[in-house]
Design a binder for this molecule. Structure first.
Ligand code: MG
Length: 272
């Protein structure tokens, strides 16, 4: 075989191997996101962009901050202490439809979002949650719930332990906007923590004056660092600002999956 034929043959074999590897990679990680959604403002990425890099995985370790804290700070407003849903109501009005047992509350699929009776502006929020175990479903259909700050801005809850999905939809993402800095998820069935600092957006004359900001520690690991909001969370669409009051209820999402919650408390930040 002359050198030219050998070169062509090895190029063809190389291309075939690359194509086979690409097909294999696609089979292992089928597309979970989108390539036809609108581009986020001032970003190279689209909403739920399938090409957006997935955050690297960090084992959260065991610092004091990420162990379930037991007793909240003395000035905290306790929203759930494992006994009842007195601080909550259904988003649709009427009593909250989730079940309470064994010191936790659990989403009852189809019963709707639950919202705090009390309204809040800027705050520090502590939430503990556990994903269904054993895990079922894939991508967004695996342990999906959410913490809706001001009832509008979702810090995603998802079983992101060994679960491939689009970057801005995994646990601790600002859903549809900002992926977490890292993936600090614990396995399904284990209790996990979100510690959130929320500065609610400000509006004047029907326009946004301050976007609002979100900081999140997931299991004690910072995953959102004073992240500016782009508007209310939306699926498959760009967020669009809607002016709202300074004080708004906090909501938890019913995404038809039995995610559990315990030990939820909030500390409004003074001078708002
Ligand atoms: Mg969700």
């Amino acid at each position: 075989m002359n050198p030219r034929t050998r070169m062509v043959r090895s190029a063809v074999i190389g291309a075939l191997l690359a194509a086979m590897a690409a097909v294999h990679a696609e089979e292992e990680n089928p597309p979970t996101g989108f390539t036809d959604t609108p581009r986020l403002p001032n970003s190279q990425w689209r909403v739920h962009d399938d090409n957006r890099p997935r955050p690297r995985i960090v084992a959260p370790g065991t610092s004091a901050m990420n162990e379930h804290s037991g007793n909240p700070p003395s000035d905290a407003i306790v929203l759930f202490d494992g006994r009842n849903l007195d601080a909550w109501q259904s988003d649709k009005g009427g009593p909250a439809g989730w079940k309470v047992e064994h010191g936790y509350m659990e989403v009852v699929g189809g019963s709707g979002e639950i919202a705090t009776k009390q309204k809040f502006g800027d705050y520090q929020l502590h939430v503990e949650f556990a994903e269904p175990s054993p895990a079922t479903g894939k991508s967004q259909e695996r342990g999906n719930s959410g913490v809706f700050l001001a009832g509008l801005y979702e810090v995603q809850i998802l079983d992101s332990y060994d679960n491939y999905t689009y970057a801005d939809g995994q646990a601790s993402a600002i859903y549809g906007q900002s992926p977490p800095l890292v993936n600090a998820s614990r396995p399904p069935g284990e209790w996990q923590t979100y510690d959130i600092v929320f500065n609610t957006p400000r509006f004047a004359d029907g326009k946004v004056k301050s976007s609002g900001f979100v900081t999140v520690f997931h299991n004690g690991v910072v995953t959102q660092n004073h992240t500016p909001l782009l508007g209310p969370s939306a699926h498959h669409a760009l967020p669009v600002w809607k002016p709202h009051d300074l004080l708004m209820p906090l909501k938890l999402q019913d995404h038809h999956m039995p995610v559990r919650f315990r030990n939820i408390w909030i500390r409004p930040i003074a001078d708002q």
